[in-house]
Design a protein around this ligand. Structure first.
Ligand SMILES: Cc1ncc(COP(=O)(O)O)c(C=O)c1O
Length: 461
């Protein structure tokens, strides 16, 4: 891994894709908050590993020994990556962040009356699992999308010792805003609650230090996805204190979770095996491990500096363009941290149509819709409960062609300023209606397409 040239760090950056009118353009991926392409280093590591791939924890062959060691070592690496002491914490490998948070919601032994304090800026994956497990109360946000610390303080005071867990995002997948996590952890602990960070949007961009259990500002739990940190091979990570998972039965049982079973008795395996039922995803673990090596060696200060500069530049370009509404802070706020996700709408264009024009004519991938964060989007769009009911009724009638939403661009370490320039060239064409196609929005799907155009079919997959 000698090459820390971010621009060429991931695979697929030179791919040309067809656009309306018959030409081909270099693909730009501004949808990194959803999933990132693999790092070349990850790809090369997997290429080497394939010859040694074998079953984990079950075989005696040389390849099994190599695979088992790689799998087990990846757990320790994941812990160290986020500053979690392997003596106190365990890392459990799951499919993704959602899977990890659902497991935790099942494994925390919630008692009747326990409250989870989550926030209105959460991705559904850090909201719905808590609603299913305990009474969940949401911390308010303000009109710009910042978490309301006064409301947090008020709710901690109001619910007191009933608050079992505070579960907040490390960074918003809509606005890129980063709540004051350390301060919030300290407040949660002072109130007798545990503190969880949904780090899905943080691990690719910032160094995380969980701290030691018992330290006032430490994090008790962390969840993240390898596919958002350049290792898209199916691994998610749940980190938490060992004592939580040593207690009781695992939520999912079967092969690999036991030391010994008789007709009537089960002795559970040590951690993390107890919590990882079935044959594990060793390829995903090796990929995650390689991504961690790359990110750590490339250095988060460099990564953050590059991505902040892209975000600052994009915000500056947005301020020069009329006919666009930005959500969240509209300018780069000096001294404030924010990851590179920016959400907006183009006036007089449905979000799906504007996103389609960017794709079909600009070869630029963005995301549109509500980004699995409906309450946050509703608040940022200032939708009333009455508005929401109208749209909910429409969805019930299978009409999705005017559900409100936004368009999001999100940056990864390999994106460049010239890609942002190309994005703004295309955005200018949308605002001034100088695009080529005639777009329609599917009533049932809510997706937009240009009339009389289909991407050529790819063969092979
Ligand atoms: C903040 C946040 N949390 C959780 C998730 C869920 O991640 P996954 O789809 O990997 O489960 C996402 C995905 O976008 C996210 O942005």
């Amino acid at each position: 891994m000698k090459n820390y040239d971010f621009k060429n760090a991931v695979v697929g950056t030179n791919v040309l894709v067809p656009v309306l009118g018959g030409a081909k353009k270099k693909y730009i991926n501004f949808d990194n908050a959803a999933s990132t392409p693999p790092l070349k280093y990850v790809w090369e590591t997997l290429h080497k590993f394939k010859d040694y791939y074998s079953s984990v924890h079950r075989g005696t062959g040389f390849k099994s020994i190599i695979s088992t060691k790689a799998y087990d070592d990846a757990h320790v690496k994941a812990l160290r990556f986020v500053g979690a002491d392997p003596g106190c914490f365990t890392a459990i490998f799951m499919k993704n962040t959602s899977d990890a948070l659902n497991k935790l919601a099942r494994r925390i032994n919630f008692r009747r009356g326990d409250i989870v304090l989550s926030s209105l800026m959460e991705h559904h994956s850090n909201d719905l699992p808590w609603r299913a497990a305990a009474k969940t109360v949401h911390i308010e946000i303000d009109g710009l999308g910042y978490l309301d610390l006064d409301d947090y303080k008020k709710k901690l005071k109001k619910y007191g010792r009933k608050v079992r867990l505070v579960a907040v995002t490390g960074a918003s997948n809509v606005s890129g805003l980063i709540p004051p996590l350390k301060k919030m952890a300290e407040m949660a602990h002072r109130a007798g609650a545990e503190f969880l960070v949904d780090a899905a949007q943080l691990t690719p961009h910032r160094k995380i230090k969980m701290g030691k259990p018992g330290e006032p500002d430490s994090f008790d739990y962390l969840a993240f996805s390898a596919h958002k940190m350049y290792a898209p091979f199916g691994t998610g990570v749940l980190i938490g204190p060992k004592k939580i998972f040593l207690r009781g039965d695992p939520d999912s049982v079967g092969g690999g979770t036991v030391n010994y079973v008789t007709r009537s008795e089960v002795q559970w395996a040590h951690l993390p095996d107890k919590e990882e039922a079935g044959s594990p995803n060793v390829v995903g673990a090796v990929a995650l491990s390689a991504a961690i090596d790359f990110l750590d060696k490339a250095g988060f200060s460099r990564i953050a500096a590059h991505e902040k500069e892209l975000t600052r530049y994009a915000l500056e370009r947005f301020s020069d363009i009329d006919g666009v509404t930005l959500y969240g802070p509209k300018t780069w706020v000096a001294g404030e941290d924010r990851v590179g996700a920016i959400s907006f709408n183009v006036d007089n264009h449905y979000h799906a149509a504007a996103a389609a024009i960017l794709s079909y004519e600009g070869a630029i991938a963005v995301r549109n819709g509500c980004f699995c964060a409906h309450p946050y989007i509703q608040r940022l769009l200032r939708l009333s409960d009455k508005d929401s009911k109208v749209y909910r009724d429409e969805i019930n009638r299978k009409i999705r062609s005017h559900i409100p939403g936004m368009i999001r661009i999100s940056f990864g370490l390999y994106n460049t300023r010239s890609e942002i320039d190309r994005f703004f060239e295309m955005l200018e064409k949308i605002v001034t209606r100088k695009y080529k196609g005639n777009y329609y929005v599917g009533r049932r799907s809510g997706e937009a397409f240009p009339r009389n155009f289909r991407f050529p079919r790819m063969t092979g997959f």
